[in-house]
Design a protein around this ligand. Structure first.
Ligand code: NAP
Ligand code: MG
Length: 491
């Protein structure tokens, strides 16, 4: 059992309307020593009886033992979702909405517990799980509850949209509960049923969400949760009883899924990797842009698909901007995710830390200059990486082209808007982009020529359930969120 004091919490104004403030000043979180799968509305043992530990990446201590689903478990989960589809797809839309509203409210009521669990299992700072992740999770269910009885307006000109059937949903570890909400809420709103596989390192909040479904008396089998590693994900997406695959994760696995679904009748959406540009013009409000760059790359330890990991500075402001960025970076507090003053938490896994460290080495080997924050010691156990930026980065360098998925920024320069656009678009990815300037006309001109699914102007990393999210090029297929996201769950 863990206990955390929230008594003097601050609230991010962006999401404050979704905040629910239950009375107690401390929250206790129960974590069972073992978890089963959630199939047919019940927690059951896996047929293969294999298990793995989920650890707290800030301490390396095991939090719980999780079931690994095998082929028979996937068969059972898909069969349960198929059976439930008969009833759920015929449930009156207004009744479906009631379940989604109920789930959203219960998420708000259990928000503190969910935030703590998310930070313990995944390593993200409690301030972020509490003020960003969990409020957005509730918002996603509220938003989609409102759509249930308005689906005839979801796809222009298509007045009789129908659900697709059973949705196989596979999600990553960077926003575990938020990604579950992004997947489950629209699927259910449209009358589909779900089998969801969370990432191996962060299964706990998805399982807690299953408890919430039970509390809200969601009909059995409408959502099933199968835990396991990549092989479990592969078995799920390749299952013949699945009608739709929704995947969020790496481009590498996304390509494998696209290949395995080719030639089948499965509908597929893919939310994949990114190496997003953040462009700062000399006429931008510099202090505001520095803050934006900080949140673009160091939010959630840089484990963000749309992170602004390539910073393009107009040449004339490079030195001054880098000086201010370094000053700001050195103030970031790296450490215990459960401390409400922490800015940068733990790296999600030892494997991910190794990958990030190998990129740091590449950066140095390729001749870039590395600057890292914080003289203070990092905890002895756990997985930690100091916020880092590289200057003197060649556009062809590995650290400028490949997704690091850690707190590492590559700083480059440009002379003209034309050069900024060309360099920003010169990437196999196209998930997001940031533009910082005082001139509205420049914003529209640059944004219209950017090959990116999401473009932020004078801000970065802001999310809303009503706004579609997704990528160009190797960043994926389709959109999630908003009206566009619903289309992916309707025939
Ligand atoms: P990943 O290795 O692709 O894993 C994502 C999920 O797929 C996990 O649940 C994973 O299981 C599972 N998986 C692994 N191999 C599979 C296979 N052959 N078939 C089916 N499922 C399989 O990605 P990650 O390292 O967890 O996440 C980081 C990546 O996700 C980054 O590239 C990031 O940009 C991307 N991402 C994109 C978005 C977006 O919206 N575009 C959002 C968040 C993250 P296990 O982890 O349990 O092995
Ligand atoms: Mg964990």
């Amino acid at each position: 059992m863990s206990r955390i004091d929230h008594s003097s919490s601050q609230t991010d104004s962006m999401n404050s309307e979704w905040e629910y403030a239950p009375a107690p000043e401390t929250t206790e979180v129960n974590i069972e020593s073992r978890y089963g799968l959630f199939v047919g509305g019940r927690f059951i043992a896996s047929k293969g009886r294999r298990r793995f530990d989920t650890i707290n990446p800030a301490t390396e201590i095991s939090l719980s033992s999780i079931s690994e689903s095998n082929e028979k478990d996937i068969d059972a989960a898909v069969a349960s979702a198929r059976k439930a589809f008969r009833g759920w797809s015929r449930t009156k839309p207004i009744e479906r909405a009631k379940y989604l509203y109920r789930i959203a409210r219960r998420i708000q009521e259990r928000a503190r517990e969910l935030a703590i669990l998310e930070s313990m299992d995944g390593g993200k700072p409690i301030r972020e799980s509490r003020d960003v992740d969990i409020p957005l999770v509730a918002q996603h269910f509220f938003h989609h509850a409102g759509w249930c009885d308005k689906l005839q307006y979801a796809i222009p000109g298509h007045h009789d949209p129908r659900p697709l059937g059973v949705c196989a949903q596979v999600i990553p570890w960077n926003f575990p509960l938020l990604m579950a909400a992004w997947k489950i809420a629209p699927a259910l709103a449209c009358g589909n049923t779900v089998v969801l596989k969370p990432a191996e390192t962060t299964s706990l909040t998805a399982l807690r969400l299953a408890e919430i479904f039970q509390e809200c008396e969601l009909p059995e089998g409408v959502v099933n949760i199968v835990t396991g590693a990549g092989e479990t994900g592969r078995l799920l997406v390749e299952h013949r009883g699945v009608n739709k695959v929704a995947f969020t994760g790496s481009t590498e696995v996304g390509k494998m899924i696209a290949r395995s679904c080719a030639g089948t009748s499965k509908r597929v959406t893919l939310e994949l990797g990114g190496k997003s540009p953040n462009i700062v013009f000399a006429d931008a409000a510099i202090d505001q842009a520095v803050e934006g760059v900080v949140s673009a790359i160091w939010f959630n330890q840089g484990h963000v698909c749309c992170a602004g990991s390539r910073l393009f500075l107009e040449e004339s402001i490079h030195d001054e901007f880098v000086r201010r960025l370094e000053h700001r970076m050195r103030k970031l507090r790296v450490g215990d995710p459960l401390d409400k003053n922490t800015d940068v938490g733990a790296i999600n896994s030892g494997e991910q830390l190794e990958k990030i460290n190998s990129y740091l080495q590449h950066g140095v080997d390729e001749g870039a200059t590395m600057t890292q924050c914080c003289e203070r010691d990092l905890p002895e156990n756990g997985f930690w990486c100091r916020p880092t930026f590289f200057t003197e980065v060649q556009p062809s360098a590995k650290i400028a082209r490949e997704e690091i998925f850690g707190p590492v920024l590559s700083v480059m320069t440009f002379r003209t808007p034309e050069e900024a656009i060309q360099r920003a678009n010169d990437s196999p990815y196209g998930l997001s982009a940031g533009i910082w300037t005082d001139k509205g006309s420049k914003v529209f001109e640059i944004a219209s020529r950017m090959k990116a699914g999401v473009i932020w102007c004078n801000t970065f990393n802001k999310f809303d359930a009503a706004s579609p999210f997704g990528g160009y090029k190797e960043s994926g297929w389709g959109r999630e969120g908003g009206r566009h996201g619903l289309a992916a769950y309707l025939a």
